[in-house]
Design a protein around this ligand. Structure first.
Ligand code: K7E
Ligand code: CUA
Length: 867
C-alpha cells in the first residue's frame, strides 16, 4: 500500500504514471488502465474514493430517501451504502412494521385514523448543540403526509413519528434550532387548519400557511407535542426554512412562493398554477422570533386550540413584534443561514441571483420599526434593498447552499438546477470563484457539516435528479445520481457517481464519523423502541407458553442455533403473541423470526426483545424459523406452530411408526459422539489457552466475545448431566441427542472463541524466515488457501495453532499433508470431515514444500494474534 501511495504522490508531482508503474510494478497498473480505458485522472479519483477491505470513511451521510419514506446512510468518500433506516414505510428485513413494537411506531403516523404506509421524505436534520452536530438524533419530514420522525443514532432506528394536526402538506422541515430546543416544520400547500370543507373561493379567508415549532426533548430524543405550537401564516406557499444561529439565534426564516395566492383552475379555463403562482417579481421571506413566540404561547389568550395544536394567530405575532416579511426574488427555494448567523442566503430558482440578506441590517429595521408597508394580513414588510448585503449572479436556477471550511472568508457552494452545475462563490465579495458541471439537474447539495456552525469542507455531494447516460440501463425509471466532488483543491474536482435506486433523495446531511458512537448490542430484554425493559423479556430457562382465555403467549428465546420453544400448538381462532428475546451478546449475532404464512417478521439484534401478535385463523402446520443465516446450524434453527380446529376430531397416524435402531447400534453412536466431543474440547482448550496467554481481558471487544463464548461453554455441564442420566436409564437414544447438543455448544464456543482470537491484534508480526516465506508461497500456490484461511474457519478449519493441536504436531501435520487419507479415521479428523463435509485432499507437495509450510505455520503461530 505504501508503495502504491508513493507512486500516486509521484504522479501528483508530475511523473508519468505509466512510466512509474512500468518500472515499479511490472506494468500491472498500466495494463489494467488500458484494459478498462482509464485515464490517469480516473486512477487518482479511484484512489481518492477507494476503501480497501475493512477500510473506513471519514464522514457519514444521511440522505432522505424521497418517496421510499426511508433514510439512506452512506459513507464519504467511498460512497458505499451502509443502511436504509425504515421511517415512514414498512421495511421487512429490519422487521419494521412486521412486529408489534415497530408497528406501533409506524401507526403513530396514522392520520385521522387512516393507515399510511409511505412517506415523501425531504429534509433530514441532525440534532445540534451550539449549532454544531452532536451525533445524537436525526429528524426527517414527510411532505405528503405532514409528519416528522425522530431516529436515534444510538441504534439508527426510528423512535417516534408525530403528525402535524393542522397542516395538510409541509415542506420546510425538519430543521433543528441551535440547541435542539425546537424542530421547525413549515407548511407548503396552504389549506384550512381545521378538517372541514372550505370552498377554494374562500382561499384567502380560510386557507392558511404556517410554521410549527415542535418542542424537542434533547436528552430523551422525543418531540413533546403538547409543548409544541404553530405560528399561523398567510396562505403563501411556505417553502424551505432555517433557524438563525449565533447573532440571529432565536429567529427563524422561511421562504415562500405564490404570494399571489393564485388558486389555478385549468378545468374552468383559468391559466394553470405555474403561471399564476409566479407572476410577481418577488415573494416573501418570513422572519419570526420563535423565542418570543415560545414565551407568548404560555399565555392562553395568545393562542387558539385547533385539532389539539396551539396555534398563535398572525395578529398576535404581529402585535408582539415577532413576525415580519421581506421581499425576495420570485419563487425562491433554499434559505441558508451562515455558520455565524449573520448572513441568510436565499436562492432565486427563477432568478439567476442568490440574494445575501444580512441579519444586522434586518435587525436594525425591526428595532427601528422601519417598515416599507404591510401585506394584506397586516404583517410588516421590511425593505428588501435595506435588508440585503447584496446579490450575486450565479447562473440559471440556483437552489440550495452549503458553506465551506473558509466560510468566514465567504466560501459557499450553490447548486444550479437549470445549468446543472455546482458553483463556488463568495457570499461576502459576491464573486464567483469556480464552477463544475454535474450530470444532470442537481437539487440539493451536501457539504460536510456544511450547514452547521462548523463546516468541514473537503467534499460536496451533488444530489442529481436525473441519471441519463450515467449508468447501465434498467428500464424507463432511472436511479438518482449522487456525485462526490473534491473541494479541497483550488478547482472543484468531480470524483465519482453513485446511483441511488430507492426514491428521490432531496437533501442529505453529513457528519464526521468520529462524532457517532452507536451501540453494538442492547441491554438484555430491551424494547429498543421505548428504551425500557420489554414486557416479553425472557431469559434462558424462563421460556414458557401461557394461555389466557383465547390468547396464547409464547415467551421464547433465540440463541445459536435454536428457538425455544420448538413446538407451539394453538387452536384455530386464538390470538397468538410471540415474545422473543435474542440472548446473544456477541456483536452482529442477529436472528430473524417468522411464522410462515402469517405475515409477521422480526429482526432481533443481540439482547433485543420483540413481540409479534396475530390471529391464528388458518388451520394447519406452520414452520417458524430464524431468517438470518446466523450460524452453521442456522437451517436447524426452526420449530413448528400447529393450529388445530377445536371442533374437529383428528386420528393418530402413529401405527405407521418407523423402524428404530438396536440398542447396540445406539450405544456405538453414543461412544462415537463422546469421542468427538472430547476431541473438539481439546481444540477449545487450545483457543482458551491462547486467549488467556495473550491477555484477552485487556481488550473490551475481545472480552465481550470471550464472555459470550464462555457463556455457551457454560451450558455444557447441564447437558452432560442429562446425557449421563439418560445413559443410566439405558436410554442411549436420548443420550446421543444430549451429546450432540454438547457438540453444538462446543462449535459455538469455538466459533466465537476464534473470532475473539482474530481481534486480539496487538503485537507486530515477527519477521518471516526465508523458509517461512517460501512456505507461505507454497501454501498459497499449492491450493491450501482454497479451504484454509489463516485465523478463520472457512471451508476448512483454521490452521492457527494446528501444530499445537496434535501431539508431536510437526510430524502429524507433515504426515497428514503428504498423505491425508492415512488420517481420515482419526476421531478429530473425522469430526472435521463431518463438520465441513470435506476431506482434506492430497495436494502432492514435496517434502521441502511441506517443511517450508510448517515453518510458515510456526510463524503464523508466533503471530497468531495478528490474524
Ligand atoms: Cu427537493 Cu429541499 Cu424538498 Cu430543493 S427540496 S431540490
Ligand atoms: Cu439464528 Cu439463523
Amino acid at each position: 500500500m505504501d508503495k502504491y501511495l508513493s507512486k500516486l504522490s509521484m504522479l501528483v508531482l508530475g511523473t508519468s504514471l505509466a512510466a512509474t508503474v512500468a518500472s515499479a510494478n511490472g506494468g500491472e497498473l498500466e495494463k489494467v488502465m488500458k484494459a478498462r480505458g482509464l485515464t490517469e485522472n480516473d486512477v487518482i479519483h479511484a484512489a481518492k474514493t477507494y476503501n480497501p477491505t475493512g477500510g473506513r470513511d471519514e464522514f457519514m451521510v444521511f440522505s432522505s430517501g424521497g418517496q421510499c419514506g426511508q433514510v439512506i446512510v452512506y459513507g464519504v468518500p467511498s460512497m458505499r451504502i451502509l443502511k436504509y433506516i425504515a421511517v415512514f414505510t414498512p421495511e421487512p428485513w429490519q422487521g419494521y412494521g412486521y412486529d408489534d413494537d415497530s408497528l406501533k411506531i409506524l401507526r403513530e403516523g396514522n392520520i385521522r385514523g387512516k393507515e399510511i404506509n409511505w412517506g415523501d421524505t425531504h429534509h433530514p436534520a441532525l440534532s445540534e448543540t451550539d449549532g454544531k452536530y452532536d451525533g445524537k438524533w436525526l429528524a426527517i419530514n414527510d411532505k405528503a403526509n405532514p409528519r416528522v420522525a425522530i431516529i436515534d443514532l444510538n441504534d439508527f432506528e426510528t423512535k417516534q413519528i408525530v403528525v402535524n394536526p393542522v397542516f395538510k402538506s409541509e415542506h420546510g422541515g425538519a430543521f433543528f434550532t441551535p440547541n435542539s430546543e425546537y424542530i421547525l416544520e413549515a407548511c407548503q400547500y396552504a389549506a384550512p387548519f381545521d378538517n372541514n370543507y372550505h370552498p377554494i373561493e374562500d382561499y384567502k379567508e380560510t386557507y392558511r400557511g404556517g410554521v410549527t415549532l415542535w418542542k424537542f426533548d434533547h436528552k430523551k430524543g422525543r418531540i413533546i407535542p403538547k409543548d409544541s405550537f404553530t405560528l399561523e401564516l398567510p396562505p403563501y406557499m411556505q417553502d424551505l426554512s432555517d433557524a438563525g444561529k449565533g447573532v440571529s439565534y432565536g429567529w427563524g426564516f422561511t421562504n415562500s412562493f405564490n404570494t399571489e395566492m393564485y388558486t389555478g383552475g385549468i378545468e374552468v379555463g383559468m391559466p394553470p398554477n405555474e403561471a399564476g403562482m409566479s407572476r410577481n417579481d418577488t415573494d416573501f421571506m418570513h422572519v419570526y422570533n420563535w423565542k418570543k413566540l415560545a414565551q407568548l404561547v404560555k399565555n392562553k389568550k395568545n393562542y387558539k386550540m385547533i385539532n389539539g395544536m396551539r396555534v398563535i394567530p398572525m395578529s398576535v405575532a404581529v402585535a408582539n413584534n415577532a413576525l415580519f416579511l421581506i421581499p425576495e426574488p420570485k419563487s425562491p427555494h433554499g434559505v441558508d443561514v451562515s455558520p455565524d448567523g449573520e448572513y441568510i442566503v436565499v436562492c432565486g430558482k427563477l432568478d439567476t441571483h442568490a440574494s445575501v440578506f444580512q441579519w444586522s441590517k434586518i435587525k436594525k429595521l425591526i428595532d427601528n420599526k422601519e417598515y416599507a408597508g404591510r401585506d394584506p394580513y397586516g404583517i410588516p414588510i421590511l425593505d428588501m434593498k435595506k435588508s440585503l448585503h447584496g446579490q450575486a449572479e450565479l447562473g440559471l436556477g440556483p437552489l440550495h447552499n452549503q458553506y465551506g471550511k473558509d466560510w468566514k472568508d465567504g466560501e459557499i457552494y450553490t447548486s444550479l438546477y437549470v445549468d446543472s452545475q455546482i458553483v463556488k462563490w463568495n457570499y461576502k465579495t459576491l464573486k464567483v470563484v469556480d464552477k463544475v458541471n454535474v450530470h444532470y439537474n442537481v437539487g440539493h447539495l451536501c457539504g460536510m457539516e456544511g450547514k452547521s456552525a462548523d463546516p468541514q469542507g473537503k467534499y460536496i455531494i451533488s444530489l442529481n435528479k436525473l441519471a441519463i447516460d450515467r449508468f447501465d440501463p434498467v428500464g424507463p425509471l432511472h436511479p438518482q445520481n449522487h456525485q462526490l466532488i473534491d473541494i479541497s483543491g483550488k478547482k472543484m474536482d468531480l470524483l465519482v457517481d453513485m446511483p441511488l435506486p430507492l426514491g428521490e433523495p432531496h437533501q442529505a446531511v453529513a457528519i464526521r464519523l468520529s462524532k457517532l458512537h452507536p451501540e453494538v448490542r442492547y441491554q438484555m430484554g430491551i424494547d429498543p423502541k421505548t428504551g425500557k425493559q420489554h414486557v416479553g423479556k425472557t431469559l434462558a430457562g424462563q421460556e414458557k407458553i401461557v394461555r389466557k382465555g383465547k390468547h396464547v403467549y409464547i415467551y421464547g428465546t433465540l440463541v445459536r442455533s435454536h428457538i425455544n420453544p420448538e413446538r407451539v400448538t394453538v387452536n384455530k381462532g386464538d390470538t397468538v403473541t410471540f415474545y422473543l428475546t435474542n440472548l446473544e451478546r456477541a456483536e452482529d449475532e442477529t436472528h430473524g423470526f417468522t411464522v410462515d404464512d402469517y405475515n409477521i417478521h422480526a429482526s432481533l439484534e443481540p439482547g433485543e426483545t420483540v413481540a409479534m401478535t396475530f390471529k391464528a385463523d388458518l388451520e394447519g402446520v406452520f414452520p417458524y424459523y430464524c431468517t438470518e443465516f446466523c450460524s452453521a446450524l442456522h437451517l436447524e434453527m426452526m420449530g413448528y406452530m400447529m393450529v388445530k380446529d377445536p371442533n374437529k376430531k383428528y386420528v393418530s397416524a402413529q401405527k405407521l411408526k418407523m423402524k428404530t435402531m438396536t440398542k447396540a447400534q445406539l450405544k456405538a453412536e453414543y461412544d462415537k459422539a463422546v469421542a468427538v466431543n472430547s476431541a473438539t474440547d481439546a481444540v477449545i482448550q487450545s483457543v482458551v489457552k491462547f486467549l488467556k496467554e495473550n491477555h484477552f481481558e485487556k481488550h473490551a471487544t475481545v472480552k465481550n466475545l470471550v464472555t459470550d463464548a464462555l457463556d455457551q461453554y457454560g451450558k455444557i455441564p447441564a447437558q452432560k448431566k442429562q446425557s449421563d442420566a439418560a445413559v443410566k436409564k439405558g436410554d442411549y437414544e436420548k443420550a446421543v441427542l444430549f451429546e450432540n447438543m454438547i457438540w453444538q455448544y462446543m462449535v459455538k464456543t469455538a466459533d466465537v472463541g476464534i473470532r475473539a482470537k482474530d481481534l486480539l491484534v496487538k503485537e507486530v508480526a515477527t519477521k518471516q524466515s526465508p523458509a517461512a516465506a517460501e512456505g507461505e508461497r507454497a501454501f498459497g500456490e499449492g491450493g491450501c488457501g482454497g479451504c484454509h484461511v489463516i485465523g478463520k474457519v472457512s471451508s476448512g478449519p483454521d490452521l492457527t495453532g494446528v501444530l499445537q493441536r496434535h501431539e508431536n504436531g510437526e510430524k502429524w501435520v507433515k504426515d497428514f499433508v503428504m498423505n491425508p487419507a492415512s488420517k481420515y479415521t482419526d476421531p478429530y479428523v473425522k469430526s472435521m470431515i463431518d463438520y465441513f463435509n470435506l476431506k482434506m485432499p492430497n495436494q502432492h507437495m514435496n517434502e521441502k514444500e511441506v517443511k517450508n509450510i510448517i515453518e510458515y505455520l510456526k510463524w503464523v503461530d508466533q503471530n497468531a494474534n495478528l490474524f
